[in-house]
Design a protein around this ligand. Structure first.
Ligand SMILES: [Zn+2]
Length: 192
């Protein structure tokens, strides 16, 4: 059994961009990552991203909006992981492409996180110690009775599919927006 793990600090995110993505990104200390040429494969957003921003505006608990957030996240994760995988050394373990997700998200302002993937049980646990950026904003806005980070559920499921080829259901079990200490996501393997 191998348990794959990535833990982030500000220094490690900067080092990551200096090494792994140096050809696709410039790291601007004051502004975070800036795309260079050729276009980075790490930022491949769904064409629906503008709709995402609209539905995130205080309606994330509305069931259709949650589903749309999750779906947009799924496609963003799937396309990003697939593009990243194509750009990387084919001999690298597929899990490396999965582990690239937290530093890329942290570098693009979505929050720092730790992801642990157990490749024998095919389960992952993903934790944002300070919450995701969406939950931080939701918490500031008003109290919530449900987790607010459906976009991240979809993003993680899509990234797992694009990197490992696994069909996972990702559920947010803890969310700072409803008063939990952290945002935590866990996976269940889907049949097929
Ligand atoms: Zn959350």
């Amino acid at each position: 059994m191998t348990v794959h793990r990535v833990s982030l600090t500000v220094e490690s995110v900067e080092a990551y961009f200096d090494t792994v993505l140096a050809e696709g990104f410039r790291w601007e200390p004051d502004q975070g990552p800036a795309s260079g040429e050729p276009r980075s494969p790490a930022v491949v957003w769904s064409p629906l991203v503008l709709e995402l921003m609209e539905v995130l505006e205080d309606v994330t608990l509305h069931p259709p909006a949650r589903d749309l957030c999750r779906e947009i996240g799924y496609h963003a994760g799937l396309e990003s992981a697939a593009a990243l995988d194509r750009a990387r050394d084919p001999n690298l373990p597929k899990a490396e492409t999965l582990l690239a997700m937290p530093p890329i998200l942290a570098g693009t302002g979505f929050g720092t996180s730790e992801l642990v993937y157990d490749d024998q049980r095919e389960r992952l646990v993903w934790v944002f110690d300070l919450g995701t950026v969406i939950a931080m904003a939701s918490r500031e806005n008003r109290p919530h009775s449900e987790p607010t980070c459906a976009f991240f559920e979809g993003l993680c499921a899509g990234w797992a599919k694009g990197s490992l080829g696994l069909n996972l259901r990702i559920s947010e079990t803890d969310c700072i927006a409803r008063g939990d200490r952290i945002c935590r996501f866990q996976s269940w393997l889907l049949p097929g």
